[in-house]
Design a protein around this ligand. Sequence first.
Ligand code: SF4
Ligand code: SF4
Length: 354
Amino acid sequence: MKVIKIDKGKWESGLEALKKSYTLLGPKNLNHSFEFKELKANEAPDLTGLNTRMSAKGLVYPQSQAMFTYTLDQNDADHHIMKPLDKKPSKRAVIGMRPCDADAFLLVKRNFDTPEYKDPYWIEAYEATVLIGLACTDPCGTCFCTTAGSGPASEKGLDVILLDKKDYFIAKPITAKGEAFLSASSWTEEMNASQAEKDLQEAGSAAEKKITSFIHTENLRDKVSMEIYNAPFWEDVSFSCINCGTCTFVCPTCWCFDIQDETHKNKGVRMRNWDSCMFPLFTLHGSGHNPRGEKVQRVRQRFMHKLKYYVDKYENGIQCVGCGRCVRSCPVNIDIRRVCELMNHPENATCAAQ
Ligand code: SF4
Ligand code: SF4
Protein backbone atom coordinates (compact mmCIF):
# COMPACT_ATOMS: atom_id res chain seq x y z
CA MET A 1 0.00 0.00 0.00
CA LYS A 2 1.27 3.45 -0.92
CA VAL A 3 2.36 5.74 1.92
CA ILE A 4 1.35 9.33 1.19
CA LYS A 5 3.18 12.52 2.11
CA ILE A 6 0.68 15.29 2.77
CA ASP A 7 2.22 18.72 2.51
CA LYS A 8 0.54 20.93 5.16
CA GLY A 9 -0.24 23.46 2.42
CA LYS A 10 -2.40 20.83 0.73
CA TRP A 11 -4.02 19.47 3.91
CA GLU A 12 -7.20 21.52 3.83
CA SER A 13 -7.85 21.22 0.08
CA GLY A 14 -7.47 17.43 0.42
CA LEU A 15 -10.02 17.42 3.24
CA GLU A 16 -12.47 19.40 1.10
CA ALA A 17 -12.03 16.84 -1.71
CA LEU A 18 -12.74 14.02 0.75
CA LYS A 19 -15.93 15.70 1.96
CA LYS A 20 -17.48 14.89 -1.45
CA SER A 21 -17.30 11.16 -0.61
CA TYR A 22 -17.23 11.06 3.20
CA THR A 23 -18.74 12.80 6.18
CA LEU A 24 -15.63 13.91 8.02
CA LEU A 25 -15.42 14.11 11.81
CA GLY A 26 -12.55 15.34 13.91
CA PRO A 27 -11.63 17.09 17.15
CA LYS A 28 -12.90 20.63 17.63
CA ASN A 29 -11.79 22.93 20.41
CA LEU A 30 -14.98 23.94 22.26
CA ASN A 31 -12.95 26.14 24.62
CA HIS A 32 -13.53 23.95 27.66
CA SER A 33 -12.65 20.67 25.90
CA PHE A 34 -11.89 18.97 22.61
CA GLU A 35 -14.77 16.93 21.17
CA PHE A 36 -15.33 14.95 17.98
CA LYS A 37 -17.70 16.89 15.71
CA GLU A 38 -18.64 16.90 12.06
CA LEU A 39 -16.30 19.03 9.97
CA LYS A 40 -18.39 21.32 7.81
CA ALA A 41 -17.18 23.07 4.65
CA ASN A 42 -13.77 24.71 5.12
CA GLU A 43 -13.35 23.24 8.60
CA ALA A 44 -10.31 21.12 9.47
CA PRO A 45 -9.79 18.99 12.59
CA ASP A 46 -8.01 20.78 15.42
CA LEU A 47 -5.10 18.46 16.17
CA THR A 48 -3.52 20.64 18.85
CA GLY A 49 -5.29 19.02 21.82
CA LEU A 50 -3.80 16.15 23.82
CA ASN A 51 -6.99 14.09 23.67
CA THR A 52 -10.74 14.54 23.40
CA ARG A 53 -12.85 14.66 26.57
CA MET A 54 -15.22 11.94 25.27
CA SER A 55 -13.81 9.07 23.26
CA ALA A 56 -14.80 8.22 19.67
CA LYS A 57 -17.06 5.45 21.02
CA GLY A 58 -20.21 7.53 20.63
CA LEU A 59 -19.65 8.04 16.89
CA VAL A 60 -20.37 4.35 16.30
CA TYR A 61 -22.48 3.66 19.36
CA PRO A 62 -24.50 6.82 20.11
CA GLN A 63 -25.36 7.74 23.67
CA SER A 64 -29.03 7.64 22.71
CA GLN A 65 -30.25 5.84 19.60
CA ALA A 66 -33.68 5.12 18.12
CA MET A 67 -33.84 1.45 17.10
CA PHE A 68 -37.31 1.24 15.52
CA THR A 69 -40.83 2.60 15.72
CA TYR A 70 -44.05 0.65 16.25
CA THR A 71 -47.78 1.14 16.52
CA LEU A 72 -50.40 -0.68 18.57
CA ASP A 73 -53.29 1.01 16.77
CA GLN A 74 -55.70 -1.71 15.51
CA ASN A 75 -56.86 0.58 12.70
CA ASP A 76 -53.38 1.24 11.47
CA ALA A 77 -52.33 -0.91 8.51
CA ASP A 78 -48.94 -1.32 10.17
CA HIS A 79 -50.50 -2.63 13.39
CA HIS A 80 -47.89 -4.47 15.44
CA ILE A 81 -45.25 -3.93 12.78
CA MET A 82 -41.86 -2.79 13.95
CA LYS A 83 -40.42 -0.39 11.42
CA PRO A 84 -36.65 -0.06 11.39
CA LEU A 85 -35.55 3.52 11.03
CA ASP A 86 -34.32 4.18 7.51
CA LYS A 87 -31.34 6.19 8.61
CA LYS A 88 -28.35 4.02 7.67
CA PRO A 89 -24.99 5.33 8.80
CA SER A 90 -23.36 7.39 6.09
CA LYS A 91 -19.83 6.70 4.89
CA ARG A 92 -17.68 8.72 7.26
CA ALA A 93 -14.14 9.08 8.54
CA VAL A 94 -12.89 10.15 11.96
CA ILE A 95 -9.66 12.09 11.57
CA GLY A 96 -7.20 12.58 14.40
CA MET A 97 -8.28 9.99 16.93
CA ARG A 98 -5.60 8.66 19.26
CA PRO A 99 -4.41 5.07 18.72
CA CYS A 100 -5.81 3.95 22.10
CA ASP A 101 -9.35 4.91 21.00
CA ALA A 102 -9.00 2.81 17.83
CA ASP A 103 -7.80 -0.19 19.84
CA ALA A 104 -10.87 0.27 22.06
CA PHE A 105 -13.14 -0.47 19.08
CA LEU A 106 -11.52 -3.91 18.78
CA LEU A 107 -12.28 -4.61 22.44
CA VAL A 108 -15.87 -3.43 22.09
CA LYS A 109 -16.28 -5.49 18.90
CA ARG A 110 -15.91 -8.60 21.05
CA ASN A 111 -19.24 -7.68 22.60
CA PHE A 112 -21.22 -6.38 19.63
CA ASP A 113 -19.98 -8.64 16.83
CA THR A 114 -19.57 -12.24 17.95
CA PRO A 115 -20.06 -15.49 16.02
CA GLU A 116 -23.31 -16.03 17.97
CA TYR A 117 -24.67 -12.49 18.33
CA LYS A 118 -24.57 -9.62 15.87
CA ASP A 119 -25.64 -6.13 16.83
CA PRO A 120 -26.71 -4.67 13.46
CA TYR A 121 -26.69 -1.06 14.70
CA TRP A 122 -23.10 -1.20 15.94
CA ILE A 123 -21.82 -3.31 13.06
CA GLU A 124 -23.31 -1.10 10.34
CA ALA A 125 -21.94 2.06 11.92
CA TYR A 126 -18.51 0.52 12.54
CA GLU A 127 -18.25 -0.76 8.97
CA ALA A 128 -19.25 2.64 7.58
CA THR A 129 -16.53 4.41 9.57
CA VAL A 130 -12.89 4.88 8.57
CA LEU A 131 -10.58 5.41 11.54
CA ILE A 132 -7.72 7.83 10.83
CA GLY A 133 -5.38 7.96 13.81
CA LEU A 134 -2.83 10.56 14.79
CA ALA A 135 0.29 9.16 16.44
CA CYS A 136 0.78 10.75 19.87
CA THR A 137 3.97 12.69 20.36
CA ASP A 138 2.97 14.27 23.71
CA PRO A 139 1.07 11.75 25.85
CA CYS A 140 -0.90 13.05 28.86
CA GLY A 141 0.43 12.45 32.37
CA THR A 142 -2.46 10.05 32.95
CA CYS A 143 -1.91 7.93 29.80
CA PHE A 144 -0.81 4.36 30.47
CA CYS A 145 -1.48 2.82 27.04
CA THR A 146 1.87 1.03 26.81
CA THR A 147 0.95 -1.28 29.69
CA ALA A 148 -2.65 -1.66 28.54
CA GLY A 149 -2.00 -3.27 25.16
CA SER A 150 -1.80 -0.10 23.04
CA GLY A 151 0.83 2.59 22.45
CA PRO A 152 1.37 6.12 21.09
CA ALA A 153 1.93 4.86 17.52
CA SER A 154 0.00 1.60 17.77
CA GLU A 155 -1.77 0.70 14.53
CA LYS A 156 -4.27 -1.68 16.15
CA GLY A 157 -7.78 -0.93 14.97
CA LEU A 158 -6.77 1.96 12.70
CA ASP A 159 -7.35 2.22 8.95
CA VAL A 160 -4.73 4.96 8.45
CA ILE A 161 -2.11 6.36 10.83
CA LEU A 162 -0.90 9.94 10.50
CA LEU A 163 2.35 11.30 11.85
CA ASP A 164 2.81 15.04 12.15
CA LYS A 165 6.23 16.02 10.75
CA LYS A 166 5.76 19.80 11.20
CA ASP A 167 5.69 20.70 7.47
CA TYR A 168 3.86 17.58 6.35
CA PHE A 169 1.96 14.53 7.53
CA ILE A 170 2.96 10.96 6.84
CA ALA A 171 -0.24 9.04 6.03
CA LYS A 172 0.27 5.29 6.18
CA PRO A 173 -2.72 3.16 5.10
CA ILE A 174 -3.17 0.05 7.23
CA THR A 175 -6.32 -1.49 5.74
CA ALA A 176 -8.02 -1.53 2.34
CA LYS A 177 -10.62 0.86 3.84
CA GLY A 178 -7.81 3.27 4.69
CA GLU A 179 -6.26 2.92 1.26
CA ALA A 180 -9.62 3.72 -0.39
CA PHE A 181 -9.95 6.78 1.85
CA LEU A 182 -6.56 8.16 0.80
CA SER A 183 -7.32 7.44 -2.87
CA ALA A 184 -10.44 9.61 -2.62
CA SER A 185 -8.35 12.60 -1.55
CA SER A 186 -6.31 14.93 -3.74
CA TRP A 187 -3.11 13.96 -1.89
CA THR A 188 -1.03 12.00 -4.35
CA GLU A 189 2.62 12.47 -3.35
CA GLU A 190 4.01 9.06 -2.53
CA MET A 191 6.80 8.65 0.00
CA ASN A 192 9.32 5.94 0.67
CA ALA A 193 7.56 3.30 2.76
CA SER A 194 10.64 2.21 4.73
CA GLN A 195 11.47 5.83 5.61
CA ALA A 196 7.86 6.31 6.79
CA GLU A 197 8.10 3.14 8.88
CA LYS A 198 11.36 4.35 10.44
CA ASP A 199 9.84 7.75 11.25
CA LEU A 200 6.76 6.16 12.82
CA GLN A 201 8.84 3.79 14.92
CA GLU A 202 11.15 6.55 16.11
CA ALA A 203 8.23 8.82 16.98
CA GLY A 204 6.48 5.95 18.81
CA SER A 205 9.62 5.10 20.83
CA ALA A 206 10.22 8.77 21.72
CA ALA A 207 6.61 9.16 22.89
CA GLU A 208 6.77 5.91 24.88
CA LYS A 209 9.74 7.33 26.80
CA LYS A 210 7.54 10.26 27.88
CA ILE A 211 4.93 7.95 29.40
CA THR A 212 5.38 7.86 33.14
CA SER A 213 2.19 6.09 34.12
CA PHE A 214 1.89 2.29 34.18
CA ILE A 215 -0.26 -0.55 35.39
CA HIS A 216 0.78 -4.05 36.39
CA THR A 217 -1.50 -6.85 35.30
CA GLU A 218 0.74 -9.92 35.23
CA ASN A 219 -0.92 -11.70 38.19
CA LEU A 220 -4.55 -11.01 37.27
CA ARG A 221 -5.07 -14.13 35.16
CA ASP A 222 -3.63 -16.50 37.78
CA LYS A 223 -5.56 -15.08 40.72
CA VAL A 224 -8.79 -16.83 41.61
CA SER A 225 -11.68 -14.40 41.10
CA MET A 226 -12.93 -14.89 44.66
CA GLU A 227 -9.54 -13.94 46.11
CA ILE A 228 -9.81 -10.51 44.50
CA TYR A 229 -13.59 -10.29 45.00
CA ASN A 230 -13.26 -10.87 48.76
CA ALA A 231 -10.12 -8.73 49.20
CA PRO A 232 -10.29 -6.17 52.03
CA PHE A 233 -9.72 -3.03 49.94
CA TRP A 234 -13.10 -2.60 48.20
CA GLU A 235 -14.71 -0.57 50.99
CA ASP A 236 -11.78 1.85 50.87
CA VAL A 237 -11.74 2.01 47.06
CA SER A 238 -15.46 2.72 46.84
CA PHE A 239 -15.81 5.00 49.88
CA SER A 240 -15.69 8.31 48.02
CA CYS A 241 -17.57 7.23 44.86
CA ILE A 242 -20.71 9.29 44.25
CA ASN A 243 -22.18 6.96 41.58
CA CYS A 244 -22.06 9.67 38.92
CA GLY A 245 -21.19 7.18 36.15
CA THR A 246 -18.70 9.58 34.55
CA CYS A 247 -15.96 6.94 34.48
CA THR A 248 -18.12 4.63 32.36
CA PHE A 249 -19.46 7.31 30.01
CA VAL A 250 -16.03 8.70 29.12
CA CYS A 251 -14.56 5.20 28.75
CA PRO A 252 -14.06 3.99 25.16
CA THR A 253 -14.38 0.35 26.27
CA CYS A 254 -17.58 0.49 28.38
CA TRP A 255 -20.51 -0.83 26.38
CA CYS A 256 -23.53 -1.24 28.69
CA PHE A 257 -26.92 0.03 27.57
CA ASP A 258 -30.56 0.04 28.56
CA ILE A 259 -33.56 -0.23 26.23
CA GLN A 260 -36.65 1.88 26.81
CA ASP A 261 -39.87 2.54 24.91
CA GLU A 262 -40.97 6.13 24.46
CA THR A 263 -44.68 6.00 23.73
CA HIS A 264 -47.26 8.55 22.69
CA LYS A 265 -50.83 7.21 22.62
CA ASN A 266 -50.68 4.03 20.52
CA LYS A 267 -47.35 4.69 18.89
CA GLY A 268 -43.83 4.46 20.15
CA VAL A 269 -40.15 4.39 19.47
CA ARG A 270 -37.74 1.97 21.07
CA MET A 271 -34.58 3.68 22.26
CA ARG A 272 -31.21 2.35 23.26
CA ASN A 273 -29.35 4.53 25.78
CA TRP A 274 -25.96 4.16 27.42
CA ASP A 275 -26.27 2.83 30.94
CA SER A 276 -23.71 2.38 33.70
CA CYS A 277 -22.91 -0.36 36.19
CA MET A 278 -22.22 2.50 38.61
CA PHE A 279 -25.90 3.53 38.71
CA PRO A 280 -28.01 1.94 41.48
CA LEU A 281 -30.90 1.27 39.06
CA PHE A 282 -28.72 -0.65 36.63
CA THR A 283 -29.36 -4.03 38.26
CA LEU A 284 -32.71 -3.33 39.93
CA HIS A 285 -35.05 -6.25 39.26
CA GLY A 286 -38.79 -5.89 38.62
CA SER A 287 -39.34 -7.61 42.00
CA GLY A 288 -37.58 -4.76 43.79
CA HIS A 289 -34.54 -6.90 44.59
CA ASN A 290 -31.20 -5.39 43.65
CA PRO A 291 -28.23 -7.76 43.54
CA ARG A 292 -25.84 -4.80 43.48
CA GLY A 293 -27.73 -2.44 45.73
CA GLU A 294 -24.63 -1.29 47.64
CA LYS A 295 -22.09 1.14 46.26
CA VAL A 296 -19.20 -1.14 47.14
CA GLN A 297 -20.74 -3.89 44.99
CA ARG A 298 -21.05 -1.60 41.99
CA VAL A 299 -17.52 -0.19 42.20
CA ARG A 300 -16.14 -3.70 42.63
CA GLN A 301 -18.14 -4.86 39.59
CA ARG A 302 -16.67 -2.17 37.34
CA PHE A 303 -13.10 -3.07 38.18
CA MET A 304 -13.71 -6.83 38.32
CA HIS A 305 -15.29 -6.70 34.87
CA LYS A 306 -12.46 -4.71 33.30
CA LEU A 307 -9.54 -6.34 35.04
CA LYS A 308 -10.59 -9.87 35.96
CA TYR A 309 -13.74 -11.23 34.28
CA TYR A 310 -12.66 -9.88 30.88
CA VAL A 311 -9.15 -11.30 31.36
CA ASP A 312 -10.58 -14.71 32.25
CA LYS A 313 -13.04 -14.70 29.37
CA TYR A 314 -10.85 -13.52 26.51
CA GLU A 315 -7.45 -14.71 27.72
CA ASN A 316 -5.55 -11.75 26.43
CA GLY A 317 -5.55 -8.15 27.52
CA ILE A 318 -7.72 -6.19 29.90
CA GLN A 319 -10.88 -4.22 29.11
CA CYS A 320 -8.98 -0.94 29.18
CA VAL A 321 -6.67 0.71 26.67
CA GLY A 322 -5.03 3.11 29.12
CA CYS A 323 -6.50 6.36 27.74
CA GLY A 324 -6.62 7.78 31.28
CA ARG A 325 -10.01 9.48 30.80
CA CYS A 326 -11.59 7.92 33.89
CA VAL A 327 -8.60 9.02 35.96
CA ARG A 328 -8.87 12.60 34.69
CA SER A 329 -12.66 12.83 34.94
CA CYS A 330 -13.55 11.16 38.24
CA PRO A 331 -14.66 13.95 40.57
CA VAL A 332 -13.34 12.10 43.63
CA ASN A 333 -10.06 10.83 42.15
CA ILE A 334 -10.72 7.12 42.06
CA ASP A 335 -7.82 5.84 39.99
CA ILE A 336 -7.90 2.60 38.00
CA ARG A 337 -4.09 2.40 38.10
CA ARG A 338 -4.15 2.24 41.90
CA VAL A 339 -7.04 -0.22 41.96
CA CYS A 340 -5.30 -2.44 39.41
CA GLU A 341 -2.23 -2.49 41.63
CA LEU A 342 -4.36 -3.68 44.55
CA MET A 343 -6.05 -6.34 42.41
CA ASN A 344 -2.75 -7.53 41.03
CA HIS A 345 -1.45 -8.01 44.57
CA PRO A 346 -4.51 -8.52 46.79
CA GLU A 347 -2.35 -10.37 49.32
CA ASN A 348 -0.48 -7.10 50.07
CA ALA A 349 -3.60 -4.92 50.32
CA THR A 350 -4.41 -4.10 53.88
CA CYS A 351 -5.04 -0.36 53.93
CA ALA A 352 -6.85 2.50 52.22
CA ALA A 353 -6.66 2.55 48.44
CA GLN A 354 -6.52 6.30 47.88
S1 SF4 B 1 -10.96 2.24 32.10
FE1 SF4 B 1 -10.32 4.41 32.15
S2 SF4 B 1 -8.22 4.40 31.31
FE2 SF4 B 1 -9.15 2.43 30.75
S3 SF4 B 1 -9.99 2.74 28.69
FE3 SF4 B 1 -11.66 3.19 30.18
S4 SF4 B 1 -11.54 5.43 30.56
FE4 SF4 B 1 -9.61 4.79 29.55
S1 SF4 C 1 -16.40 8.80 38.06
FE1 SF4 C 1 -15.66 8.38 40.14
S2 SF4 C 1 -17.33 9.06 41.49
FE2 SF4 C 1 -18.22 8.87 39.43
S3 SF4 C 1 -19.04 6.76 39.38
FE3 SF4 C 1 -16.95 6.65 38.54
S4 SF4 C 1 -15.66 6.12 40.32
FE4 SF4 C 1 -17.64 6.87 41.14
